[in-house]
Design a protein around this ligand. Structure first.
Ligand SMILES: Cc1ncc(C[n+]2csc(CCOP(=O)(O)OP(=O)(O)O)c2C)c(N)n1
Length: 503
């Protein structure tokens, strides 16, 4: 039970991501149904299975000023895989109930690895109380037929023997898939949600000599895309053939670089997919070089900066094998670019990349178990209502790390940050916020503390994972302009490390 339906929608996304199953989301009528729209849009684009059940008034109470009554037919339009409006339940139509549930379930779980939201608009008549009867019998023959395209193994005419293969993967791609790709000698670059990919690739690709040396013969695409614009530009610049498989959820291709796409998944056992393994080794050794530089400059009591918060959070999630949920904006980028490869399950609302509802998604992922969240301060404040019901009746352990740079730090990386005068940039882009986040969290009866060093951050995460309930940890970091300088320093050091290694 959650008081705010908007929060409930994103909480349900967290439940669905962590369970891998469709989650039913049941709300009353009127604007309550409209509150779910943002989560439905995210679930659509990220392929998250939701069964959205909205209560409604019967047909005769529409358009006559009945309370809490809005137009709910096709409310979410093309964002749902299926819309059902069965009308007021009638016992003489009960044979249709299981087929209806079945259609909705399969539409939510999807084919070709791509689930999504389904909307059932269910009308009720007074008196709104009734005796529960036994449900009608199910089908004797079991579940309906279903196309399992995602399990097809398709290679068609692909021959990658002896080639330098770069796989670029994102949302929807499983760690086992990455392991199969690596075992074929492919170098695998991924977004923050995909485990076991080559870390620190963004910093490396910013160096022109590295980018030239790393030119692949073939690029393979599966699932969503990493956040890195540098990688997207490089893929366009390299001008090499791009092949894709569609069996890992919806395939992102905003730059239209994919030349050929196949249904299903590659047959990783096929000998013809074995590539030039020295190319993978080249990427992994360059990445290892950056990793060593990054850890050498860390000292346990060092002051925090944003890349280091991301690194500390990922290593805590990996060490405890606790799910990680990462907010949009700089957290997904800092994890993708500066953190170690993820070995624990990792999620992010990367369908629509909204900063809304992330606190609730973290809580949904933690409910009944444990999760760590990493979000910016504006993202935290956007979803304060997620704190109202916390983890709900099921409980769990939730550590929410809030990177407090006093506003939207990502915008300081835009050219507007230097081309606009501060009195215009700050209110329009920086959106300064100076709320006392510890006090906000405590007002909702959650534990909360602020930390300023890596050691304190790690100690608080460890302690939070030991305790039931929500622990908010506010990471004090340098201001947003200094954060840009920190990133520039890191990128410069990566280039230096790569060049001195090459000479
Ligand atoms: C619902 C929604 N509104 C607005 C945006 C645009 N937006 C992207 S990042 C951002 C600022 C986020 O600030 P914060 O959470 O503090 O993270 P930081 O940029 O500091 O890493 C905004 C407003 C969005 N992505 N989603």
């Amino acid at each position: 039970m959650r008081v705010d339906e908007r929060s409930a929608g994103f909480f349900a996304i967290g439940r669905a991501l962590s369970s891998g199953l469709p989650v039913a989301l049941i709300v009353t009528s009127g604007t309550a149904a409209a509150e779910l729209h943002a989560a439905v849009a995210e679930a659509d684009l990220a392929g998250v299975p939701l069964l959205v059940v909205t209560a409604d008034r019967p047909a005769e109470l529409h358009g006559v000023g009945a309370p809490q009554t809005i137009e709910q037919r096709d409310l979410y339009q093309s964002a749902v895989r299926r819309f059902e409006e069965p009308g007021v339940a009638r016992l003489d139509a009960s044979a249709s109930w299981r087929p209806l549930a079945s259609r909705c379930w399969w539409a939510a779980t999807g084919t070709d690895g791509e689930g999504g939201p389904v909307h059932i608009n269910a009308a009720f008549v007074e008196p709104l109380v009734a005796e529960a009867l036994a449900l009608p019998m199910g089908r004797a023959a079991g579940a309906p037929w279903r196309l399992e395209v995602g399990r097809l193994k398709v290679n068609a005419d692909v021959d990658l023997r002896g080639r330098r293969v770069l796989a670029v993967v994102g949302r929807g791609v499983k760690r086992e898939t990455v392991a199969s790709m690596r075992s074929l000698g492919w170098a695998v670059l991924g977004d923050a949600t995909v485990g076991s990919t080559v870390a620190h690739y963004d910093g490396l690709l910013r160096d022109a000599s590295f980018a030239d040396a790393a030119r692949p013969d073939v690029i393979v695409r599966l699932g969503g895309l990493p956040a890195s614009k540098v990688l997207a530009e490089q893929i366009r610049h390299w001008q090499v053939p791009v092949l894709a498989w569609r069996g890992s959820g919806s395939l992102s291709d905003p730059d239209s670089v994919i030349g050929t796409s196949y249904p299903g998944m590659p047959d990783f056992t096929a000998e013809r997919l074995g590539a030039d393994g020295s190319y993978r080794a080249f990427w992994e050794s360059a990445s290892g070089f950056v990793a060593r530089w990054l850890s050498d400059r860390e000292s346990a009591d060092g002051a925090l900066n944003e890349p280091d918060v991301a690194r500390a959070v990922v290593s805590a999630s990996n060490d405890h094998d606790v799910a990680l949920v990462i907010g949009s904006s700089m957290p997904v980028r800092d994890v993708e670019w500066w953190a170690a490869p993820r070995t624990a399950v990792t999620f992010a609302n990367r369908g629509a990349n909204g900063i809304d509802g992330v606190v609730s998604t973290v809580m949904g992922a933690a409910a009944g178990g444990a999760a760590i969240g990493l979000v910016g301060d504006v993202t935290f404040l956007h979803d304060v209502s997620g704190l109202v019901d916390g983890l709900g009746a099921v409980g769990g352990r939730c550590v929410l790390v809030v990177v407090d740079n006093g506003g939207g730090g990502i915008f300081s990386f835009l050219s507007q940050a230097t081309s606009l005068p501060p009195e215009i940039f700050e209110p329009l882009f920086g959106t300064p916020r100076h709320h006392d986040i510890v006090a906000v969290a405590k007002a909702f009866a959650h534990r909360a503390t602020a930390v300023a060093t890596r050691a304190a951050l790690r100690a608080e995460i460890d302690a939070g994972l030991e305790r039931e309930g929500v622990s908010v940890i506010v990471a004090r970091v340098p201001d947003r302009a200094t954060n840009v300088a920190v990133h520039e320093e890191y990128v410069g050091a990566v280039a230096h490390a790569w060049r001195s290694r090459a000479s």
